[in-house]
Design a protein around this ligand. Structure first.
Ligand SMILES: [Zn+2]
Length: 280
């Protein structure tokens, strides 16, 4: 959390509010949130116009004028919040759990806004890059193809070449980028594939079903503006896909296919909900 649909929703809603406007000022109240050089973080971003906001797997990228970039890894609880005041450098006047503030200088007649990076657990990381630097960094991350745009043959080739249980491999961002715990469980139940089986055993037909269900579920979740669970909300308020969860958080509830109780186990250290009868 946040996963592909939440990151896509954030990127779209951040773009609506920042595209074509300049970052006029940057404040950081929790220096460890910045994983690039802290002394140049503000200067790389300040005065730069936002040209594009996009999702990269589960990460957010701001493409800025002059080839500069802001890359945000949201980890468990990273999210964004807009306010219509500039809080200044005293973090006591900031909203709770906000660790970085960006003053968005709007083209008149629009009012300036402050974009806060908010992160309860503080595991997220922000990085600022000069021209060309981000590509080098991203190459080192070794991200797999995007889970939403990869085709059925990609799913088959990548998953069947990976050691480990199917669910754990789906969560591995260097195989496919975008899945987290919610959408891995939802997709595996919908595709009737066991999270526990070896990824290597996946046939081409099974991979086709898995990819089709992933595309259907991720697309529907984006239309719902993601899942609002625990403290997460999108920049423009709560999403609604949590109302459509059939696996995540549903242990003990009836399987939507056979009516037997869904079981809870752990795969790759993560809580996993599945139907032992339907998921082969
Ligand atoms: Zn079932």
């Amino acid at each position: 959390m946040p996963e592909l649909p939440e990151a896509e929703t954030m990127a779209r809603e951040l773009a609506q509010k920042t595209l074509g406007h300049k970052i006029a000022e940057v404040q950081v109240s929790y220096p460890a949130i910045v994983a690039s050089d802290l002394s140049s973080f503000s200067s790389l971003l300040t005065g730069r116009k936002v040209l594009q906001v996009r999702r990269l797997g589960k990460r957010i990228v701001f493409d800025l004028a002059g080839g500069h970039n802001l890359l945000i890894h949201l980890k468990m609880t990273g999210q964004f919040k807009f306010c219509d005041f500039w809080p200044g450098s005293n973090p006591e006047s900031w909203p709770p759990h906000c660790h970085a503030a960006f003053k968005i200088k709007k083209n008149s007649p629009q009012k300036d806004e402050t974009l806060f990076y908010q992160d309860t657990r503080k595991f997220g990381r922000l990085r600022a890059f000069g021209p060309g630097e981000m590509d080098e960094f991203l190459a080192g991350l070794n991200l797999g193809p995007d889970a939403l745009s990869a085709g059925p043959e990609d799913y088959h080739r990548l998953l069947s070449a990976s050691r480990g249980q199917l669910k754990a491999v789906l969560l591995n961002q260097s195989v496919l980028a975008g899945f987290g715990n919610i959408y891995a469980d939802e997709t595996l139940l919908a595709a009737k594939l066991s999270p526990l089986r070896p990824a290597m055993s996946l046939t081409l037909n099974e991979a086709r079903t898995l990819q089709a269900e992933a595309q259907r579920i991720l697309t529907q979740a984006i239309e719902c503006r993601g899942s609002t669970v625990s403290s997460y909300t999108a920049p423009q308020g709560a999403g609604s896909f949590q109302n459509h969860h059939k696996a995540y958080g549903q242990a003990g509830q009836p399987c939507p296919f056979c009516g037997e109780k869904l079981l809870k186990t752990r795969v790759g250290g993560r809580t996993t909900v599945y139907c032992p009868f339907c998921q082969k």
